[in-house]
Design a protein around this ligand. Structure first.
Ligand code: WTA
Length: 571
């Protein structure tokens, strides 16, 4: 596909001229409250600040799902998040405490998340599909003190196995609850909506903890601080190109980093009307959402675009989608076919953006004001230096494949992996660089091209899944002796999860057993973590130290040579 030139127009990044000005992140920092008071609170900057600036009556949140259809102004969000802050204060939440939010998307999710930030808590959003084991490991590792949830999800929280968990707030709770259970409605009613519960934070104080998967070990608690908002704000301006009259829709759930950095902070720091749709994906509902709210800027993911692409042609023809002016994508490689489809059906270029949970915000992007090479992730944003390096940290010439690395020191960079100094330092093992774990190359025009992960992390339907967590669960199944999990390439989902399993003696491979194992993972971990395919093997390839060689499993799957097997245990 040929290079797609920008449409005519004035875009926010054009205000920044690469050749004439030097951009420093500190320039952005200056406009928030800390420039006058030395203190900050990201939730205040998202909501209250706009009320103070006279935008109280502007719509902040447009929410809908199959049961609810609501809208909230910035004024209303200010009051509700203040009430939530007072509720947390009364329940003894202090600066730095971990408050987890575990529920389906709803206005209350956003209100409690911002309310908890207002009192200085570090918030931990948990995807609603997580089952008991996944919930437990995250609450345990973070030593969460409070969880906000619903009655339906309560059975998945093993309260008695979590000694640090003191308080459970039930969104649909009633008057009859006794501690440690509290009714959200009752507590909110008893709370003032003034702003006296706001905790004024330092730039380096904790904001959010996102658990994400690596290739080994348990999920990692990626820890971000309030200063990250500098980059959320600026990238939302430059890359999402958000302006005052935009209606913006980010389709990601806050359980994943896109759903917070760009489902909460990016748009609201800019005072933009934010659309949130609850419920599951369906092409009709998605197009309906764009039509109903006149969405102008839409941020989604390749899997969703591919699923829309696969829907019958008549589906899209039923809707008026002419409000759209800017479409973006994140999370997986954006295939040129999808960009072409976007061009055909929306008459817009789909702009790819590259970043990670650990980076906190966008780093490499396609801008509205520049040509797009379909298949490329674009170029580093101003203030970011990205490079392709070798194992020693030498920068490689253009068109050579190597580690995608970023010069350290950008505002939204993670500050810690919770309780895991060692994992944290692995990212920075080459001095001066953050090594992403992605392989890529840079062309002679400075565009970056994603080539793959160089660990075993699986991106399935835009969600990041670690094989280790699934393998550990699989071997808890009574029939499973050994398990190895890989991502198998899939046209729609990018990859699907495939498990190779060796059974314990006394068990025979069968379809029933496959179903049973899949159900086991679904009910213990999460639906999206359950292997779509299972293949039984007599034995799995292992290193002499007993580690399953996923590399060999992948080669089996793809009918490729298995490479060096010298470390394999084949006795
Ligand atoms: C992958 C999501 C290709 C990549 C915000 C990265 C991408 C991982 C792109 C992070 C892209 C993200 N093209 N691959 N535009 N964006 N990735 O932490 O492998 O859920 O390392 O963050 O997703 O996934 P995470």
């Amino acid at each position: 596909m040929t290079i797609l030139q920008p449409k005519k127009g004035r875009y926010q990044l054009q205000d920044y001229d690469n050749t004439k000005r030097t951009f420093e992140w500190d320039m952005v920092q200056e406009q928030f409250t800390w420039s006058t008071t030395g203190k900050i609170n990201a939730a205040y900057e998202c909501i209250d600040r706009h009320v103070k600036e006279g935008k109280g009556l502007k719509t902040a949140l447009l929410y809908s799902d199959s049961h609810r259809d609501e809208s909230y102004t910035f004024d209303e969000m200010k009051n509700a998040t203040n009430q939530a802050a007072h509720m947390f204060r009364r329940l003894q939440v202090k600066k730095g405490d971990r408050v987890f939010i575990f529920m389906p998307r709803s206005p209350e999710l956003y209100i409690t998340l911002l309310g908890a930030i207002k009192v200085g808590a570090v918030v931990g959003p948990l995807f609603e599909a997580f089952m008991k084991e996944a919930v437990k490991s995250r609450l345990e590792d973070s030593e969460a003190k409070v969880i906000v949830t619903t009655n339906a999800l309560l059975p998945r929280i093993p309260i008695h196995e979590l000694p640090f968990l003191e308080t459970i707030i039930l969104i649909d709770g009633d008057e009859t609850h006794t501690p440690p259970y509290y009714s959200f409605k009752k507590e909110m009613k008893a709370s003032s909506d003034d702003d006296s519960a706001i905790e004024w934070m330092d730039l380096e104080d904790g904001l959010i903890l996102h658990y994400t998967s690596g290739s080994t070990g348990k999920p990692k608690g990626v820890y971000h601080v309030h200063k990250a908002m500098v980059q959320h704000y600026q990238t939302a301006k430059w890359v999402l190109d958000l302006r005052d009259d935009d209606i913006y829709w980010c389709t990601a759930d806050p359980g994943w980093v896109t759903g917070t950095s760009y489902g909460i902070f990016g748009p609201w720091l800019n005072g933009i009307t934010n659309v949130i749709r609850g419920g599951r994906f369906s092409p009709d509902d998605w197009y309906k959402t764009i039509e109903k709210y006149h969405v102008t800027v839409w941020y989604s993911a390749p899997t969703a675009f591919r699923m829309l692409m696969a829907a019958p042609k008549e589906t899209i023809e039923k809707y008026n989608l002419s409000s759209l002016r800017h479409i973006l994508s994140v999370g997986e490689p954006l295939n040129p076919e999808v960009v072409k489809w976007g061009w055909d059906v929306f008459q817009h270029r789909i702009h790819d953006t590259w970043w990670m949970t650990e980076t906190g915000a966008m780093l490499i992007c396609n801008y509205l004001s520049e040509p797009i090479k379909p298949g490329s992730m674009g170029k580093p944003i101003p203030g970011i230096k990205a490079a392709i390096i070798d194992n020693e940290g030498n920068e490689l010439p253009s068109n050579e494949m190597g580690h995608l690395a970023i010069k350290t020191g950008w505002p939204s960079q993670m500050r810690r992996i919770w309780n895991n100094e060692e994992k944290f330092s692995e990212y920075f093992s080459i001095p001066g660089w953050y090594v992403s774990g992605d392989t890529a190359y840079k062309d002679k025009d400075g565009y970056f091209w994603f080539q793959g992960r160089n660990d075993d992390v699986i991106m399935t339907a835009g969600e990041r899944v670690g094989p280790f967590e699934i393998e550990s669960k699989l071997v808890e199944h009574p029939a499973v002796a050994e398990a190895g999990v890989i991502g198998k390439p899939d046209d729609v989902r990018g990859h699907i999860i495939k498990a190779f399993i060796a059974l314990k003696s006394g068990y025979e491979p069968s379809d029933e057993l496959k179903d049973n194992i899949q159900t086991f993972i679904k009910s213990e971990l999460a639906g999206h973590a359950s292997p779509k395919e299972i293949e039984f093997k007599e034995k799995l390839p292992k290193t002499r130290s007993g580690k399953i060689m996923r590399r060999v499993l992948k080669a089996w799957e793809l009918n490729e040579p298995t490479g060096d097997l010298s470390t394999i245990d084949d006795d």
